[in-house]
Design a protein around this ligand. Sequence first.
Ligand SMILES: CCCC/C=C\CC(=O)SCCNC(=O)CCNC(=O)[C@H](O)C(C)(C)COP(=O)(O)OP(=O)(O)OC[C@H]1O[C@@H](n2cnc3c(N)ncnc32)[C@H](O)[C@@H]1OP(=O)(O)O
Length: 286
Amino acid sequence: MLRNSLIGSLRQIKPILCSQSLRSLSNGANSGLTTIEVDDKSGIATLSMNLPPVNTLTLNLMHDLIDSINQIECNKSRGLILTSSNDKVFSAGLDLKELYKPDQERLKEFWTIFQDLWLALHLCGIPTAAAINGHAPAAGCIMATACEYRVMLPDFVIGVHATRFSFLVSKWMMLSYQSVLPRRIVERALNQGKLFSTQEALEVGLIDEVAGSKKEALAQCAAFIGTFDKANPIARTLTKRMCRDSDVTELLRDRAGDLRACVDYINTPLFQEGLSAHLEGLKEKK
Ligand SMILES: CCCC/C=C\CC(=O)SCCNC(=O)CCNC(=O)[C@H](O)C(C)(C)COP(=O)(O)OP(=O)(O)OC[C@H]1O[C@@H](n2cnc3c(N)ncnc32)[C@H](O)[C@@H]1OP(=O)(O)O
């Protein structure tokens, strides 16, 4: 029963393009803001975000990420490692410029594709890991928590600091955070708008391991993916989705409602003023 509903909801949200023959993992259909490298020996795909300067999640980058995740799944890679080609920033989170004095139709499209990206990562059928080789604030952190394992390099920050700029996170984002951290830590961290250092993130369990270099981080992620070798891939996928079912259902139950609530909130003077000050702060930092 539960399995059927999982499979049913997957069909609804993910009309995967698996009918296409995708021998080479080229990014022909997208804007080229991501690259995919598949290791011939291990069969593991490394998906890199490549949008200078700081991999902000723009419409195009989110579109390319979803497209790449679909390609990697369709090609039956053994696992997916999400990382950045920038050596200082994993992702700076959502593109704040899209949220400031937004065009209403574009904002709806923007939020919907952000929901799609979270679902694509959260429900990815193959094992996923994040090699966090730079700062990962806000949606950068949420993408990492949607993966099954996190390895981070030292001296960076990760966390959801939304309250610092008056952002109210949706329940599904909170659940994503809570799928990795204990509830009391999530409550405190979200309220504080806390960004954890790599060491703090390790101590609370937001990340699983620290690596000395990107190469090591990729190897540690690959070793994690290798731990599923003895599991039947289909049983594994269904089990993963069953474990994640309640978090995903929270969003799927009322995507339109979440969209409405977020769009309404983004348009409030409270949020727009907080965001304006945050954007000024980013400029003044220079
Ligand atoms: C999804 C669940 C959580 C919900 C909460 C919020 C959703 C979001 O994701 S909102 C996005 C929130 N993100 C941030 O607030 C991050 C802001 N950025 C930074 O803190 C730093 O840029 C960062 C530590 C990531 C990197 O620092 P630096 O390497 O020193 O780079 P700069 O700060 O100089 O940035 C370069 C350039 O990029 C612009 N920038 C940075 N982040 C964003 C962003 N999120 N959106 C749009 N633009 C961004 C920054 O202003 C600089 O621009 P220029 O001045 O024009 O060069």
